[in-house]
Design a protein around this ligand. Structure first.
Ligand code: KIV
Length: 265
């Protein structure tokens, strides 16, 4: 039985925001029609078409190569697979960093062409003006701070953020400025859990954690990590609930065996 009865009515941004302090917000990623359908039926409130598609769909080692055209194409498929969840398109590298004007143009294209309800962008306080410009164009924005895979060239190794007083000052200022700029939620990726809990208390918008402990307003995971479909190593915090990758390999082995032995059609 699903947690949420399957409904034809799509949640909206206010439904997500109004859960703050009352109910956790379960979020997942999806990049195609089929996976989006399973995530939606399973009760994910928000489905992110993450730029992690670069890794899990296209086999790239970073998220940098994926284009806005590809993000729009796969977001359309996710929209077709969902009836209830709020679908958010992750603005890819270089689609919003050049200028707020460019960001508004690209966010507008994303919403118009794919039908998603909102966009997400990675960046701290220095992107508050960009968030403000996009929200001024009536496009809801989800912010993303802490570990930001689009900044891999700058930060190098993936690690936990917000352990030192300096990082805490920067993250706090960023979260508050992004909230003031109109972000409806903020993803905290690999933020030191006790500090993620503090930020969650200080903000009036929901914090959506990934590898940031349980004292946040919701959780997001790459669905492939959750379902045991990741090729290679999944992050430790993902705690897979299934091993679909292994099941798929087993299934293919069975098919190959029955084909070779002429025991199946
Ligand atoms: O691209 C992505 O999948 C993300 C989530 C992990 C938050 O940004």
């Amino acid at each position: 039985m699903s947690v949420h009865p399957q409904t034809e009515v799509r949640l909206n941004i206010n439904d997500i925001v109004s859960k703050k302090g009352k109910e956790q917000v379960p979020c997942l990623t999806a990049y195609d029609y089929t996976m989006a359908t399973w995530c939606d039926r399973g009760g994910a409130d928000l489905i992110l078409v993450g730029d992690s598609a670069a890794n899990v769909v296209f086999g790239e080692t970073t998220t940098l190569p994926i284009t806005l055209d590809t993000m729009i194409l796969i977001s359309k498929a996710v929209m077709r697979g969902t009836k209830r969840a709020v679908v958010v398109l992750d603005l890819p590298f270089m689609s919003y960093q050049v200028s707020p004007e460019d960001a508004v143009r690209n966010a507008g294209r994303a919403v118009k062409e794919s039908g998603v309800l909102a966009v997400k962008l990675e960046g701290g306080a220095e992107f508050a003006d960009t968030v403000k410009a996009i929200t001024r164009a009536s496009i809801p924005v989800m912010a993303h701070i802490g570990l930001m895979p689009q900044s891999a060239l700058k930060f190098g190794k993936f690690r936990t953020f917000g352990k030192t007083p300096e990082e805490q000052t920067y993250l706090r200022e960023s979260a508050l400025r992004l909230q003031d700029a109109g972000a409806f939620a903020v993803v905290l990726e690999c933020v030191y859990a006790p500090f993620a809990a503090e930020l969650t208390q200080e903000l009036f918008i929901p914090t959506i954690g990934i590898g940031s402990g349980v004292d946040v307003d919701g959780q997001i995971l790459v669905t492939h990590d959750l379902l045991g479909m990741t090729v290679g190593k999944a992050p430790k915090f993902a705690q897979p609930v299934a091993q679909l990758g292994e099941s798929a390999t087993e299934g293919v082995r069975a098919y190959v065996a029955r084909t070779l032995s002429r025991t199946g059609i």
